[in-house]
Design a protein around this ligand. Structure first.
Ligand SMILES: NC(=O)c1ccc[n+]([C@@H]2O[C@H](COP(=O)([O-])OP(=O)(O)OC[C@H]3O[C@@H](n4cnc5c(N)ncnc54)[C@H](OP(=O)(O)O)[C@@H]3O)[C@@H](O)[C@H]2O)c1
Length: 333
């Protein structure tokens, strides 16, 4: 079986540090020696995959490399008693797609500890509509609720709302009865955000204060932030007493220009969200929520499906800030 070939998107580094994306034929022998071989049916596109595809060494150190931090498929071989050939499974995060060949190939081979059995109520395709982005959105909502921000407390701001994390966060919060204000830099997306359940839309400029005042009038009961930088700093300064802000991303900036005043005068809580090393019990709980109580009714509305050939175009759309919702990749069967 080790000589069996399969197709994968491979990113190569040229001598002049250009990163070339091509579909290549690989063999199973090129995959790491690990416990579970999975035939990938679907993968999905996340911001981190884009970073890996353009040569960001903070994500991927060695090239040639196959990105894809998400994969859903069927176990082909297993050395672990926990998984049998034929089991339908989901593998997201850990090192998948970073320095381990990822879901943009027809096969992955990974440690059993990275593998989750597909939960009842969610197809493999649906699990990749969520993917790491949807998982992170759900984890963020879970933390916001655990922090005591109930739906009747006031408005919740979601930044990067047209993106993968943002779209799913808006949808889950709306289902749970929260009043969502969605931030997007693109007015043409506002109708889409309203369809997901946002009650109000504001521009990035409107959500970003430039006065430099350490505290602003309170506007939000809480927030799910996916962009970081001045927008996140503004949000923290605008959250009402006892509010909770979750922070998972840095598409705008990794900087956080702030004072301690929102924390010591308004008791604001800032919660960091990490999906990559999320412990397995929480991981399973979040997937179960996504499969049942928080299953988004309009999943197809946020989904673009492509194949390995169409992936390059979708990566470019994210780079040009023209992407929306979630893109899934159907691998050859
Ligand atoms: N911590 C974790 O475990 C974890 C997991 C998943 C993702 N993330 C991170 O979360 C972030 C979002 O991921 P994603 O998959 O949702 O990405 P995405 O699909 O590319 O969406 C990001 C959204 O942010 C907005 N945006 C882009 N550039 C911006 C800028 N300069 N200023 C303000 N808004 C900007 C865009 O919306 P508009 O153009 O409509 O404004 C875009 O739709 C990324 O940084 C990603 O790495 C972290």
């Amino acid at each position: 079986m080790s000589s069996q070939t399969f197709q994968a998107l491979v990113v190569s580094e040229s001598e002049d540090k250009q990163y070339i994306r091509e579909i290549k034929t690989k063999t199973l022998a090129e995959l790491p020696e690990d416990e579970v071989l999975v035939r990938v049916r679907y993968s999905s596109l996340n911001y981190k995959d884009v970073l890996s595809a353009i040569g960001n060494k903070g994500v991927t150190k060695r090239y040639p490399h196959t990105p894809g931090i998400d994969a859903a498929g069927v176990v082909a071989e297993s050395q672990s008693p926990d998984f049998q050939p034929g089991d339908e499974v989901i593998v997201t995060s850990y090192d998948l797609g970073m320095n381990t060949p990822g879901g943009f190939g027809e096969f992955i081979r990974v440690p059993a500890a990275w593998v989750v059995k597909r939960p009842e109520g969610l197809s493999l395709r649906e699990s990749m509509i969520y993917g790491t982005a949807g998982f992170t959105a759900a984890l963020s909502v879970l933390r916001l609720m655990a922090g005591g921000v109930q739906a009747d407390r006031g408005k919740i701001l979601v930044s990067g709302a047209t993106g993968g994390v943002g779209s799913v966060a808006v949808s889950i919060l709306a289902q749970e009865g929260y009043q969502v204000t969605a931030v997007s830099g693109r007015k043409e997306t506002w109708e889409y955000l309203q369809e997901l359940g946002a009650r109000e839309m504001i521009s990035t400029e409107e959500a970003t204060d430039t006065s430099g005042r350490p505290l602003l009038s309170d506007r939000w009961a809480g927030s799910i932030d996916t962009v970081g930088g001045p927008l996140l700093a503004t949000t923290i300064r605008s959250v009402s007493y006892g509010g909770v802000v979750t922070c998972c991303g840095n598409v705008a900036s990794p900087d956080l220009p702030l004072t301690v005043y929102p924390f010591i005068l308004r008791g604001v809580t800032l919660i960091g969200i990490d999906s990559q090393n999320c412990p397995m019990p929480t991981r399973v709980q979040v997937w179960q929520k996504l499969a049942q109580k928080w299953k988004v009714p309009h999943l197809e509305r946020i989904t673009t499906e492509t194949d390995l050939d169409g992936l390059n175009e979708q990566i470019d759309l994210i780079l040009k800030r023209q992407h929306r919702g979630r893109t899934i990749i159907k691998l050859p069967q």
